[in-house]
Ligand binder design. Structure first.
Ligand code: URA
Length: 239
């Protein structure tokens, strides 16, 4: 297969692929690629910017979502998470996996892999999401107990959540649901308002803290494989 075709299958346009090769960002089996039209083995290890992540056919991306942008494809009023992604990551068919509120920061995954995305957000799978939350009043053991039992909200009882208090008004909370304003509503039910919320991990994949807010990177092969395992998908998408 031609290298530019391989890269195109992985989500780049032909001209992005050519440009990436020309500027020395692509290696094939450890050797810098010189010619985008060169023929390569379909099983070659192709790295772009040193990352072995662009599996043919699908893209897997993490964004450190900044505050102030909405999780939507388009919005009349606010910038969206897609406006924040680098242009060469805004490929056809890419969707955000779940959503974060406009003021929530941290880990937001994107993929073109519909089956994986579907499983990650599917209510029945209890995929763990970990957040760090600042609240406006001190937390105590009673909060931990109530969260562990399942907080009663207006329209449903939230699934049990793990609360680790790390300082008087700051905690790590692990939830397995992703309903609208879920975490904020759970704290509100305990009489605490969330003043800052950041997602640290989803399905065991942690936010890469070297990413500044607004920065994104492709997931590594290990991270993708971790997501596959977490949702009961066998093998890797290119195997
Ligand atoms: N829970 C919330 O309340 N907001 C988010 O953005 C994510 C989880």
């Amino acid at each position: 297969m031609r290298l530019d075709k391989f890269l195109a299958n992985a989500g780049m346009t032909r001209s992005q692929a050519k440009q990436a090769v020309k500027s020395g960002r692509v290696t094939v089996d450890g050797v810098p690629a010189k010619d985008a039209s060169a023929h390569i083995d379909e099983n070659a290890r192709v790295l772009v910017d040193g990352l072995n992540t662009r599996l043919p056919g699908h893209r897997y991306i993490m964004l450190n979502k900044p505050a102030g942008v909405v999780t939507a494809n388009t919005d009349g009023r606010f910038r969206t998470v897609f406006d924040v992604l680098p242009v060469d990551m805004r490929v056809k068919g890419l969707s955000a996996v779940g959503r974060l509120d406009r003021d929530t920061t941290g880990l937001l995954l994107f993929t073109t892999d519909g089956e994986l995305a579907h499983r990650l957000i599917s209510p029945g799978r209890d995929v763990e999401k970990v957040y760090i939350a600042d609240v406006d009043a001190p937390l105590d053991d009673e909060c931990v107990k109530i969260m562990a039992k399942g907080v009663r909200l207006k329209d449903f009882i939230a699934k049990p959540a793990k609360l680790d208090i790390i300082s008087s008004q700051r905690a790590i909370i692990t939830v397995t649901q992703g309903k609208y304003h879920q975490v904020k509503r759970m704290f509100a039910a305990l009489g605490r308002n969330v003043t800052a919320l950041k997602r640290l991990s989803v399905a065991g994949i942690s936010l890469d803290e070297s990413l500044d807010p607004g920065q994104a990177r492709e997931l590594t092969r290990d991270e993708i494989s971790g997501l596959y395992k977490a949702v009961g998908l066998r093998g890797m998408p290119d195997e």
